[in-house]
Ligand binder design. Sequence first.
Ligand code: FMN
Length: 388
Amino acid sequence: MFGPVTEIRDLQRRAKFRVPKMFYDYADSGAWTQSTYLDNSDAFGRIKIRQRVARNIDERSVKTQMIGRDVAMPVALAPVGLTGMQHPDGEIAAARAAEKFGVPFTLSTMSICSIEAVAEATTKPFWFQLYVMRDRGFVEDLIARAKAAGCEALVLTLDLQVLGQRHKDIKNGLSAPPKPTLKAMADLALRPQWCLGMLGTKNRTFGNIVGHAPGVTNMTSLSEWTHSQFDPTLDWDSIEWIKSKWDGKLILKGINDVEDAEIAAKIGADAMVVSNHGGRQLDGAAASIDMLAPIVDAVGDAIEIHFDSGIRSGQDVFKAIALGAKSTFVGRAYIYGLGAMGEAGVAKALEIIHKELDITMGLAGETDIRKVGRHNLLETPRPWPHNV
Ligand SMILES: Cc1cc2nc3c(=O)[nH]c(=O)nc-3n(C[C@H](O)[C@H](O)[C@H](O)COP(=O)(O)O)c2cc1C
């Protein structure tokens, strides 16, 4: 029915077919008009790679490091809430695919499988993404659980103090697990494989929260929880507090402005992720790839810079590296693979990106991803004016 999988878009089409609509839509959407969501990908199209010929490109390597860890390519799996609703035990499937491939997996605070469940099902340390809640006791507890599970890095997300609105989530009545409405039941009836898988696991709601946050024994509404619990007072002082509780590697995620990058670089974190949350938060914000070069120019000597938002191919990864990112994260690219084919689909997404990155690098005349830079682009995008 679908033909061979040759690109991420093929995985997306399959995911749309296999995943219940409310969860597929949850992934494939941006805030409000979706202008930033769509521009994240469009902006990559505006960047052109220099095509070089007659260079010996026989021995190529896309291996590099992220915060001192060896990685098979400059790609990590981004934290994605409700991953376990795209596919039964989705976080475990994705973490296993990542560990086999040799790239980091980041578990979201809003995951379905808990920190402990993922730790038990994997053999290598993963990264844990933290949302800061008003209840600082609960935050401390989450940090302690991540430490106890042997997590290698804490990825602190800064761009979700309040939740950006995605129309589809409201219209679909997004909840985990789905509420038994007529609409939801009709949708599930068309996805028997998904339903069977869900019947076979006990991981069906927010594993890090339900039964751990004081008083939360049952929680179906993500937006209800975020509205009441996410901390809008989170500021740079709170980040110092988190640093004092977490003595391991720290990555600050969600920087999309030069001035914020300059402040973040002074915090003493190990890396920052230039990101606009995949266009899910501030609709109308700049595409993150347009902000990457100015941020690298401002603070690239002071802190390791990672990038996400809009990556759908190895060519996109190459462009981000050429603009100065040390590495990247992918969100939807692997989530579509997961929804399409579980662990094998995540592995497929990683294989596709790896192959595209390797061939792109070769055709650009390079053999070592660590030596790719602005010289590989036709022209450096104009510096973005900041403070205007
Ligand atoms: C469905 C979905 C859920 C997400 N949930 C989280 C989350 O729980 N925590 C977080 O820090 N980022 C979250 N993100 C943002 C991703 O970590 C990442 O920044 C984004 O997906 C990158 O854009 P891309 O999907 O275009 O690759 C989510 C993204 C998606 C698509």
